[in-house]
Write a new protein. Structure first.
Length: 414
């Protein structure tokens, strides 16, 4: 396990043939009726998602991402009659997601703009109904870099109206580009998990889409606890690796937060020796980021996961213990009085990484040549091919609205 070896990984070795007809364009009518593949100690078995409570040992801690997808895609018509799309990525002023989405004053967001060359004036207006009255959204293009723009959003309304409410009223659900269809009315509800609470994502943590209140109740009855964290999924999650080797790929960053009670609960679970299973790659990246943040604070070089995508292969952390890392986080919170740990992570997990906290992962089936598939390979090693071949041969549905899997790492505490 080394950074040099991770940089040399060829993305061509992490591809497979995904037929178009295997991409799930729509969700199933019943969330929990999706197929569920389990990989455990080299064995593969086929189940239904609602069987999950029977597959997890009693006392398992489930970590789930409580982020909520915002209506980040905005459509405009220019004076020329040409269309223009603005895709909100993350807040710039204020930078805090909750403050920005609850703001009743103008805000600035980092955005993608489709059709920018046709946008001559840099100023747009759009009128829409809200509460039986008309609202005028005013959009101004500001600075830009190679890929995105800073956009100011203001609105004219005679009573307080938050930016989150504006997006809910005028924006649309940002479905993944590979679904190749516009968002429909049902997507407003189906492209959210039943435990979504904190607004901020521009893509759903799709592993959680299979859960229902009934499944959560069955898990609780079995003595399996659900612990929420937050990672606001960015559009970069869909960005394929286009470089020949991983060393030239720049990992996207995403905002995460974990409360003091969550960190202490994970510490107690580690002490107990019982398994920790993450619902989705975003939850897993967040949990593993917390380990590296704790380890880096302990070494006097905090918050490395925001700047260093290769932190999971750095030799300085290979002998760090997960209990010590979480003890350091708890000591830090005691000393500072902060309510939790938050920041941005660029953590890249690959077959050259080792999971430091999680024992298992619930996840959908991911795109070829993606960092998400690399993360799966970090758990399964070369057996990721066996798993995906099995899924293809047994009519599993792929990608965001597709079927699910429960993947245990070798030696997991089960």
């Amino acid at each position: 396990m080394s950074t040099a070896a991770a940089r040399r990984l060829r993305i061509a070795d992490y591809t497979y043939e995904l037929p178009e007809e295997r991409i799930a364009r729509y969700p199933l009518a019943d969330r929990s009726s999706a197929k569920l593949l389990q990989y455990k100690d080299g064995e593969i078995s086929k189940h239904i998602f609602r069987d999950l409570p029977d597959l997890l040992p009693r006392g398992t801690l489930l970590v789930g991402n409580q982020t909520r997808v915002i209506h980040a895609r905005l459509q405009f018509t220019l004076e020329t009659g040409k269309p223009l799309e603005i895709f909100c990525l993350e807040p710039l002023q204020p930078t805090d997601y909750a403050q920005s989405l609850s703001s009743t004053e103008p805000v600035v967001w980092k955005c993608l703009v489709g059709g920018n060359r046709r946008w001559k004036s840099g100023l747009l207006r759009k009128t829409f109904p809200h509460g039986g009255r008309e609202v005028t959204l005013i959009v101004e293009r500001r600075t830009h870099d190679a890929e995105s723009f800073a956009i100011t959003f203001g609105w004219e309304y005679d009573t307080p109206l938050s930016f989150g409410e504006v997006l809910e009223a005028v924006g649309t659900v940002p479905l993944p580009p590979y679904l190749d269809r516009p968002a429909e009315a049902d997507d407003r509800q189906r492209y959210q998990t039943v435990f979504a609470r904190q607004e901020g994502s521009v893509a759903a943590p799709t592993a959680g889409l299979h859960f229902t209140p009934e499944v959560l109740q069955a898990l609780e009855a079995r003595g399996i606890e659900f612990a929420p964290i937050t990672l606001h999924v960015g559009a970069g999650t869909f960005k394929p690796v286009t470089t020949e080797t991983l060393g030239d790929h720049v990992m996207h960053r995403e905002y995460y937060s974990a409360t003091d009670p969550f960190i202490r609960r994970v510490y107690q679970q580690l002490l107990s020796g019982k398994p920790i299973v993450c619902i989705g790659t975003t939850s897993l990246r967040c949990l593993e980021t917390l380990f590296y943040e704790g380890a880096s604070i302990g070494q006097g070089d905090p918050w490395v996961a925001e700047e260093d995508q290769w932190v999971a292969t750095r030799k300085q952390f290979q002998r760090a213990f997960n209990l010590s890392a979480f003890t350091t986080l708890m000591d830090y919170l005691d000393a500072t009085g902060e309510p939790g740990i938050s920041g941005y992570t660029r953590l890249l997990l690959t077959p050259e990484s080792e999971l430091r906290v999680a024992d298992g992962l619930i996840t959908n089936f991911h795109q070829p040549q993606s960092t998400l598939l690399l993360l799966v390979a970090a758990i399964l090693g070369d057996d990721w091919r066996r798993v995906y071949d099995y899924a293809l041969a047994n009519d599993f549905r792929f990608l965001s609205y597709g079927d699910s899997s429960l993947l245990w790492r070798w030696g997991a505490r089960t």
